[in-house]
Ligand binder design. Structure first.
Ligand SMILES: [Fe+2]
Length: 274
C-alpha cells in the first residue's frame, strides 16, 4: 500500500484538486490511495448537498452510510445522511456541536474495523480561528511498529484490544475490536483511537505489548511525517480513508455572525472513479 510509505512533509500534501475538472475523479482517487486523503476545491456558491452528492458520485461512493451508533431511537437526531458540524449549545453531541478540540479517532465507534471506508468533510464556513482537521497516518506508524516490536504489533491486533463506548449522554453502548486488522484482500485497516471513548485492554496479547504499542503510536502521532493539519476553506471537501487514517480537530473560535460550519458524510466504499 502506497500510504505506508508516504511522508506528510511532502509539499504536495497541501495541494487542492479542482472539481469538477475532467481529471478530478482520477486525481482524487490517486491522491487518496497514495496518502489516505485528498482535498477537492468546489465552487463555494453551490448548495452544499449538491457539492457532496457530486463528489460522491464522481468517486463511486454510493449513498451515505449511517453509523451503527445512530440507528438507535435515542440517537435518531443524528441519523441524517449529512451531519452538520457546528457549535450548538442546545445540543449535547460531544463532537459535532462544540468548539473543543477532538483527539485522534476513526468515525463509527460501534462499527466493525474497516466498515466505514470514506469520510468527506465539506466546508461551508471556516472558523474565525483554529478548527484545522488533523490527520494521523496511523497505518504507516503501525508498519514501523511491526518492524520494531512484533509483540506490540501483535497485541494491537488482538480482537479485544480496544473498547470504544458512546459518550452521547442518552445512550450507553460500546464495542470491542482490534486496533489494526487486515481486510479480506490482505490490506491493513485501522480503528486507532486515543480519546475519551476508549478503554485499552492491556491484558490482551503478549505481556506489555499493548501498552508499548500505544506509547509508540502516541509519539508517532506528533511526528510531522505522520501528522498533518488541513485548513479547509469554504467550498473545499476533505476526502479521507477512515479505515486507513485516524483524525482529530484543533479547537476553534467562532465569530457569532459567521460560525464554523462543516458537513460530514460517511461511506462504506472507498473511492473508485466512475
Ligand atoms: Fe470524526
Amino acid at each position: 500500500m502506497q500510504q505506508l510509505h508516504t511522508d506528510f512533509r511532502d509539499p504536495q500534501c497541501g495541494g487542492r484538486i479542482a472539481f469538477p475538472d475532467r481529471d478530478a475523479p482520477a486525481a482524487l482517487t490517486r491522491a487518496t490511495e497514495e496518502r489516505g486523503f485528498a482535498v477537492a476545491a468546489l465552487a463555494p456558491s453551490q448548495p452544499p448537498d449538491d457539492a457532496l452528492a457530486a463528489v460522491a458520485a464522481a468517486l463511486g461512493l454510493g449513498t451515505p452510510y449511517i453509523p451503527a451508533l445512530y440507528r438507535y431511537p435515542e440517537t435518531r437526531a443524528y441519523s441524517a445522511a449529512y451531519s452538520h458540524i457546528r457549535s450548538d449549545p442546545g445540543d449535547r453531541h460531544p463532537g459535532f456541536s462544540t468548539t473543543a478540540g477532538q483527539a485522534w479517532h476513526v468515525d463509527g465507534l460501534l462499527d466493525e474495523i474497516g466498515t466505514i471506508k470514506t469520510t468527506i468533510l465539506y466546508c461551508v464556513r471556516a472558523a474565525h480561528r483554529g478548527g484545522d482537521t488533523l490527520l494521523f497516518n496511523s497505518l504507516a506508524a503501525f508498519a514501523e511498529l511491526r518492524a520494531l516490536d512484533p509483540d506490540a504489533a501483535l497485541a494491537m491486533q488482538s480482537p479485544k484490544a480496544l473498547n470504544r463506548r458512546s459518550t452521547i449522554p442518552a445512550i450507553g453502548v460500546d464495542a470491542d475490536g482490534p486496533v489494526f486488522a487486515r481486510d479480506s484482500f490482505g490490506a491493513w485497516t485501522t480503528r486507532y483511537t486515543d480519546n475519551d471513548t476508549c478503554t485499552w485492554n492491556f491484558a490482551e496479547g503478549p505481556p506489555g505489548g499493548l501498552r508499548r504499542g500505544l506509547e509508540f503510536l502516541r509519539a508517532a502521532a506528533r511526528e510531522p511525517r505522520y501528522r498533518l493539519a488541513v485548513s479547509l476553506r469554504p467550498g473545499e471537501a476533505l476526502i479521507f480513508r477512515n479505515d486507513r487514517l485516524s483524525h482529530g480537530r484543533q479547537p476553534y473560535e467562532d465569530t457569532p455572525a459567521a460560525p464554523r460550519h462543516l458537513i460530514r458524510a460517511l461511506y462504506a466504499d472507498g473511492p473508485t472513479p466512475q
